[in-house]
Design a protein around this ligand. Structure first.
Ligand code: AMP
Ligand code: MG
Length: 316
């Protein structure tokens, strides 16, 4: 089936209050009509997502923003002009039209315009904004292919195939304050890039759990994952798979996935979750080791994901 007919079918599912997994440029999303609370409730149920974890609302046209928010000053439009469509989510005061279940009762809503033609077409054809978290079970590895979605959510109503995602990690989430912006979740759009438009707010404190993406454990494989930044790391490499970036640590590992031949951090972001899925599915691998990178720019977003993937396993 060609893409445009599968988008038509997917849009019908959305209009009927069903769930559609669809590609964005970041990861696959699990979408429902953002104005239909019963449909949105199914997302929480299928993902086994706690109700305190709000969803991002996806739009295809800038005019859709106005309905969703109480107010948007010129900074919002400047950021949208520079970064949308793209992997930036803005958290803004919500209007009454946004059901509370979407925002987990918060007075704010996270909004973004995805930089992927299939998702934009799906939103347009569905004729509504689409609320969507990542299309994985809560806390598990994010999906960057349709196969990853099938593995974790085999019962989703419809999966829109769109190949491998091109960014590979979730959007940068920011909250606007009186003094500028705060990053609630890092992504490939970095603080430096955002600061070309508005200043970072170094003074306000981020409210605890104002973004559940800040939970300590997330993105977690079913197999033990450790970051190779610990000198005391004593493991049997003959049963281990290495997610390699520099090529320097590769000796003695049973299997190695090199995430970037050209040693570009963007490739690490694109291939990181896919590498975790591959080792998770490989019966010969008992433990996954991930190479750390310098925590600046995109490296910050990568280390954020790796630390959360590792968190529960560090205690074991
Ligand atoms: P996911 O798409 O699964 O990565 O999850 C969406 C994430 O967006 C949530 O876990 C929150 O961190 C963040 N988010 C969505 N809406 C809001 C909001 N109103 N305020 C703060 N964070 C939000
Ligand atoms: Mg997620």
């Amino acid at each position: 089936m060609n893409i445009s007919s599968s988008v038509e079918i997917a849009a019908k599912y959305i209009q009927e209050g069903k769930l559609v997994a669809f590609p964005t440029e970041t990861v696959y999303g699990l979408g429902a009509n953002a104005f239909n609370p019963l449909a949105v409730a199914k997302i929480f149920e299928l993902k086994e997502r706690p109700s305190f974890d709000p969803l991002i609302v996806h739009i295809a046209e800038i005019h859709q923003l106005e309905k969703l928010v109480l107010s948007a000053d010129e900074r919002v439009y400047k950021l949208a002009e520079k970064f949308w469509p793209g992997p930036l989510t803005m958290v803004l005061p919500k209007s009454d039209i946004v059901p509370d279940i979407v925002t987990s009762g918060l007075p704010t809503v996270g909004i973004r315009m995805p930089g992927n033609e299939i998702s934009l077409e799906l939103i347009r054809k569905s004729n509504c904004p689409i609320a969507a978290p990542s299309a994985n079970k809560f806390g598990r590895i994010s999906p960057t292919t349709a196969a990853h979605v099938k593995k974790q959510l085999p019962n989703v109503d419809y999966i829109l195939e769109g190949g491998k995602t091109t960014v590979g990690i979730e959007s940068t989430i920011i909250k606007l304050t009186d003094n500028g912006f705060q990053i609630l979740r890092s992504g490939i759009i970095t603080q430096d890039e955002l600061e070309t438009i508005i200043p970072v707010d170094r003074n306000s404190i981020i409210e605890k759990l104002s973004a559940p993406g800040m939970l300590k454990s997330h993105y977690s494989p079913r197999k033990k994952l450790l970051i190779a930044d610990n000198d005391k790391l004593k493991i049997d490499k003959s049963m281990a798979g290495l997610i390699s970036f520099s090529g320097k640590l590769e000796n003695d590992y049973l299997k190695v996935i090199r995430v970037s031949e050209r040693k570009d951090l963007k490739d690490y972001a694109v291939n990181m979750f896919d590498a975790m899925h591959t080792f998770e599915d490989d019966s010969e691998i008992e433990i996954i080791i991930a190479e750390p990178v310098c925590e600046t720019g995109i490296g910050k977003a990568i280390m954020d994901r790796l630390r959360k993937a590792e968190f529960n396993w560090r205690q074991v």
